[in-house]
Design a protein around this ligand. Structure first.
Ligand SMILES: [Zn+2]
Length: 619
């Protein structure tokens, strides 16, 4: 056990010694790559251009802030934009675009990197390239992806390292998705984290966490992301982060959606092609990796690890729901910033090499996934950990001791990072769905829910708007036992629990109501928006809280005699009433008002929309 640990410690040092410009890493491939690029694109004016390029390279310093600072610093927002623009100015393969404006008026930058200098997705696809989407600084306190990609772009185009990747891939890269968050630059933004010296803040200027906004789309940043996604329909997505939690040896962990609730082919590709191969490839780089580490309870190294399926309100699940495999990269907060950046760099490069070696299968998988969506009928939802399905795995941790605190009187774990150890940890790795939904043929969103229609449209779903009012017999849900979160989440009063019963109801949909067919690509996302039981649905976020609120009230002295009349007129009602009353445990019997409410809800005076989901489902 100690031997394993010692080995890793040595590996850690080795990683830190590596030169970021890869001189020691890719001697064999990249020179050839550069030569090919030059030969193909610049032949008629080869000599002149080589001279010009070499002059430019001498004149313009492309060393990143990360490198200049001995790998201890990252750029501020202004520095990030300046470097992104510098790359675009220096290389004809790089194009800078502004894809949106934040609440505080800052540009949201995009770099398009294409071997031919193309900037239109159709043209790039036609040239045979896969489109790789890399996102950084959705949480600007975790900028490792930005520095990794700046290095990769510079190394490919200036030095030719990994330049062969540009034969297969074009990139869309967002260096900072949360400009207002990065502009909030300070050494004190991440209490647990080991550098960089200064970093951005977790939320945007509206105080919202962008990585919770992928279903509700209320931030300009995620609106810009979605619009970009609609336009480009990328083939693979990376979101780059740094994680909190327990201490351990792994510099990088990852999360993928492979629990059976996303497309079968994509799930298989991630689990059976990418995951085993990336582990081997990263080990060759002396960087052991494992799945995202989530001890439950959180941060308790004596507990079990849980693998988790995320809802589409998180980035990598969002893209996977749209049939673009999403890979979440989580580097560990306590590792030196240099190691976090370089491991992110290698995860991206090695993943692209895996696709390169499996290109036909990868592309067929994506095409098939889009076809599968057109006829998807069932959807497993809300995956729960399967507690009986566990494995024991070797975990590269550090020795730890429980320490008693004189200040709080509590206990905590103190890690000894000079004593790495490999120990067996139980991992709950599989999940089962809470239920399986049957997907309707269409959803109909009433015109008065314009905000919901707008969100569904912004996700790129096609819809028809009713040209005149229509009364239709549709299915929908009736809610009961609704519970709200005790505190607001992302500024919303969220529903945490509701029983749903499917009912048939006649609903009048006004002119302008949206009819959304489910036979379209991304149906899992569509259902995640509109099926109230799904985690991260618009119902859960509170977009339909109006139907959970009673709007008319009875007086007790009017309702008491009415209840008596109702019971006398309907023996079935009397029987139902007795059963309902008997369902309460002793000591928790319903109040007078609750009993009268039961009668009110069964009277013709009750609001017909109360507790009824306004969206229609056409089966
Ligand atoms: Zn993060």
């Amino acid at each position: 056990m100690i031997f394993e640990g010692a080995k890793i410690r040595k590996i850690g040092l080795q990683l830190r010694k590596k030169d970021c410009n890869e001189k020691n890493l890719h001697k064999n491939v990249t020179f050839v790559g550069l030569k090919l690029v030059i030969m193909k694109k610049c032949f008629p004016f080869l000599m002149a251009l080589i001279l010009l390029a070499s002059c430019n390279n001498k004149e313009i310093d492309l060393t990143t802030t990360f490198e200049k600072s001995n790998y201890l610093e990252t750029d501020s927002y202004d520095g990030t934009i300046a470097y992104a623009k510098l790359l675009a100015k220096q290389f004809k393969e790089v194009h800078y675009q502004n894809i949106g404006t934040t609440a505080m008026g800052r540009d949201i930058p995009l770099l398009i990197i294409d071997e031919n200098g193309y900037t239109q997705p159709k043209r790039i696809r036609k040239s045979g390239k896969n489109i790789i989407f890399v996102q950084s600084c959705i949480h600007p306190g975790e900028p490792n992806g930005k520095d990794a990609m700046f290095l990769l772009i510079r190394n490919m185009l200036k030095d030719g390292y990994n330049a062969d990747l540009l034969k297969d891939f074009s990139f869309i890269f967002i260096p900072v998705l949360s400009p207002d968050g990065l502009a909030n630059f300070s050494p004190y933004n991440r209490i647990n984290q080991n550098g960089p010296k200064q970093m951005g803040w977790r939320v945007n200027a509206q105080g919202l966490n962008l990585n919770r906004d992928f279903t509700k789309l209320e931030t300009p940043e995620i609106r810009a992301f979605t619009s970009l996604f609609n336009q480009w329909e990328p083939d693979l997505f990376f979101d780059t982060h740094a994680t909190d939690g327990a201490d351990y040896q792994y510099v990088t962990t990852y999360s993928i959606e492979n629990f059976g609730n996303y497309d079968e082919g994509i799930t298989r590709w991630l689990s059976e092609v990418w995951e085993p191969k990336i582990k081997v490839a990263m080990l060759k780089q002396n960087i052991p990796i494992t799945r995202y580490i989530e001890f439950q309870p959180w941060g308790d190294p004596t507990a079990s690890l849980y693998d988790e399926s995320f809802s589409a309100m998180f980035s990598q699940a969002y893209t996977t729901a749209r049939n673009c495999p999403g890979i979440l990269l989580e580097t560990h907060m306590l590792k030196p910033y240099k190691d976090r950046v370089l491991s992110t760099y290698h995860m991206i490069v090695e993943t692209l090499r895996i696709i390169h070696g499996d290109k036909e299968n990868f592309n067929n998988t994506l095409v098939q996934a889009k076809k599968n969506d057109l006829k998807l009928k069932k959807l497993p939802i809300n995956m729960q950990p399967e507690l009986n399905d566990t494995i024991w795995e070797d975990f590269l941790g550090y020795h730890f001791d429980a320490v008693h605190s004189d200040i709080t009187g509590g206990w905590y774990y103190a890690y000894d990072t000079t004593f790495p150890e490999t120990r067996k940890v139980r991992r709950v790795f599989s999940t089962r769905p809470e239920k399986t939904l049957s997907i309707p043929k269409e959803y109909i969103i009433p015109a008065q829910y314009g905000e919901v229609i707008d969100i569904v449209k912004a996700h790129g779903f096609e819809m028809n708007l009713l040209k005149s009012e229509k009364t239709l017999q549709v299915n929908t849900y009736r809610f009961s036992n609704v519970e709200f979160m005790s505190k607001p989440s992302e500024g919303h009063s969220c529903v945490v629990y509701a029983d749903t019963e499917e009912i048939t109801k006649e609903i009048t949909f006004p002119k302008g109501s949206a009819v959304v067919k489910t036979s379209q690509n991304g149906v899992r996302l569509l259902s995640n928006l509109l099926e109230p039981e799904m985690q991260g649905s618009l119902f859960e976020w509170g977009f339909f809280n109006n139907v959970l609120q009673r709007v008319e009230y009875f007086e007790i002295y009017k309702m008491e005699p009415m209840a008596k009349t109702m019971l006398a007129a309907d023996p079935f009602l009397e029987e139902q009433f007795k059963q309902w009353k008997a369902s309460f445990p002793k000591g928790e019997e319903p109040s007078q008002y609750a009993i009268l409410s039961w009668f009110y809800e069964r009277s013709p005076y009750c609001d017909k929309n109360y507790l009824v989901y306004p969206v229609g489902l056409v089966r």
